[in-house]
Design a protein around this ligand. Sequence first.
Ligand code: FES
Ligand code: FE2
Length: 391
Amino acid sequence: MKSSAEEIKIIEQVLNHLDDDSTDQQADLIQIPTTEYTSPDRLEEEIAILFRRFPLIVGHVSSLPSPGDFLTHNDTGVPILVTRDKEGAIQAFLNVCRHRGARLEGRACGKANTFSCPYHGWTYDLTGRLRGLRKAEHFGDFDKGDYGLVKLPAFERFGLIWVRPSPIEPHESTDDPLDIDAWLAPMAEQLASLSLDSHVVYKTWTLERNMNWHIALEGFQEQYHFCTAHKHTACSAYLDTQGVYLDQYPHVRHAVPIASIGKLRDQPVDEWSYRRQFMTQNYLFPCNFLQVMTDHVYVHTITPIAADRCIFSCLMLIPETPTNPKAEQYWQANYDVVRRVFEEDFQIGEGIQAGLASGANDFFTIGRTENGIQLARKALIDALEGRLTAS
Ligand code: FES
Ligand SMILES: [Fe+2]
């Protein structure tokens, strides 16, 4: 796969760092008050803004390949129903009946032409319209048009499905309540190059862990910990603390070179393959990662449940469905390793959370090479203080 100009620059930057014995660094260290990892008030504010006002990834297009396919999503605390309508468009709604609020669709995914509420049987179509209600005459003069499911902004881009978990407000244009293309623009070239729309989901998994969601997030935003926390797993594959971080505000592209990258010096630049020489941890504000490996991709979504508990959910995307035992074994082995590596992170994360109440730290110190945490934090604070919006 041909490298982009951005990727050539990243490779050159790594080779320069190796020549100069330097690393990609921020100007200074920063401190994060530890109360941010424990405060229910802080979390409430984060949920109201970060997990309501910004688009989050809720799935891969292969989960909704044809009209009538649907999925539900509850990790943000908002019950969401996503459908592909008869015209092939993605639609999202609050998964809440407009009669007396019952959860409309209880299954995780499936195929349907209509959704019938389990409580009194009100029925909605794939575009959220109320199509029928039993004993309609009991409701007298009643306009079904006023009782459609509440719509959420939803988008299909780069093989992934994004939903903003808060309804379109009266002051927003219903046609274009959120400019998803502008939102993803800083990463669009890279996202397009991955061809995720033609990938398939090999595995999905969801974990609930006892740590603040930021702790889970921060584990993917620096590589300072690779050769300690992952001493026996990921460490040897990568150059120690030698990453390049591109501030693609509010997102971050974090390129982690594999150990053999130095050999590119002997190859002509137009033959350089970025993809073969890097793992890329792309932070997509506010809570997603696209972790791009040399031949497959993980999509992470990290959502809070409480100040000390979060959900980590992951999609493992591979280029095509394995068709023979060797391919199956290969992907299974990759899956097994990644589960082991993430488990190393999560056990440390739970230890951090458990130690917060000890009072040992009033703040955590983020070093100059923990760039990803520093860059993402700027966007997080901007959003919480109203300087960053997605509309
Ligand atoms: S709550 Fe859904 S039909 Fe009554
Ligand atoms: Fe890690």
